[in-house]
Design a protein around this ligand. Sequence first.
Ligand code: NAD
Length: 327
Amino acid sequence: MRFLITGGAGFIGGHLANHLHREGHYVRVLDDMSSGDPSNLHPDIFVKRGDVRDVPNIWSLLQGVDVVYHLAARVSVPASILYPREYNDVNVGGTVALLEACRDVGVGRVILASSATVYGQQANQPVTEDAPSRPAVPYAVSKVAAENYLFTMGQLVGFETVSLRIFNAYGPGQPLPPSHAPVIPYIMQQVAQNASVVVYGNGRQTRDFVYIEDVVDALVAAAVAPHVDRETINVGSGKETSINELVFLIGGVVGKKTNLLHNGENSGGVDRLFADLQKAEALLDFRPKVSLKKGLQNLYQQDPIFHKNDGPAASPLLGFSLGRNGG
Ligand code: NAD
């Protein structure tokens, strides 16, 4: 099959592109490299540097494409609070531009990487796809809008659409920016460098951590599954883990004592968030395979960033972002 992956040089997109390429598919990547890195990709994958809002550019990339994965987005929850206009421009405007180009050229299916943040605070856990959206941050609002545009345009134009609500993805290659780093690489880096781990709130808030290979399995299945048109589907591990437990587990994997500090001044985000996977199992035959412990071991062994001794630890005061996945 022929695929276009927007944001394909990023963490999830890079793993997906390399997987599809290994399976013998033809893959094109569009990425503005604002956080992506083309060196993550197999050299035979066609990579175009550009903005997802540039419709004429997408027209040419879409020629002959069967399925589009739309992953290009700004992805930090805290940054979205500071820069909501930029998040709206890229995450909503970029989705609309892509969908317009898909309408013009004609594609079979568009798959959106949506986020569990759209749920916000929910009393009923694990959360099912029919729970009402309660976005609490601009990033989550942008994903709700992107989902609505996706389904509306698909229905109007006639291509198939699927939205995957990804929970906290983690694995080798996840970027570790100096501020608002994703929670798992942040904690692992701090522990590996004997630095303190600062957790917002009391650390009892739970999230659903899903290993990158499982996320890729769900994305791949969504391209070919027969009954997914206009469906929203959770992609998580189906297990809830508190941040305190996560720190403990990472300490065990790294083999170091952890110095855990709680910062009660900052909100730790929603109390609980984990995925009900019945729909994913029914429609995508999706069953996550990698336990959190095994995934953390893989991450620690495979990602060279945790084995560098040449830099200071990130300031513990900068903390981390539960970000993409729960606010
Ligand atoms: P990432 O930042 O590694 O990937 C996003 C990619 O999009 C980057 O390569 C970036 O350079 C590119 N990009 C950003 N703006 C662009 C633009 N205007 N034009 C073209 N490319 C642009 O993040 P990720 O974790 O790989 O996330 C991929 C997708 O999955 C995002 O849509 C994100 O919202 C979604 N998601 C991720 C998680 C997670 O836990 N990582 C959870 C839920 C949803």
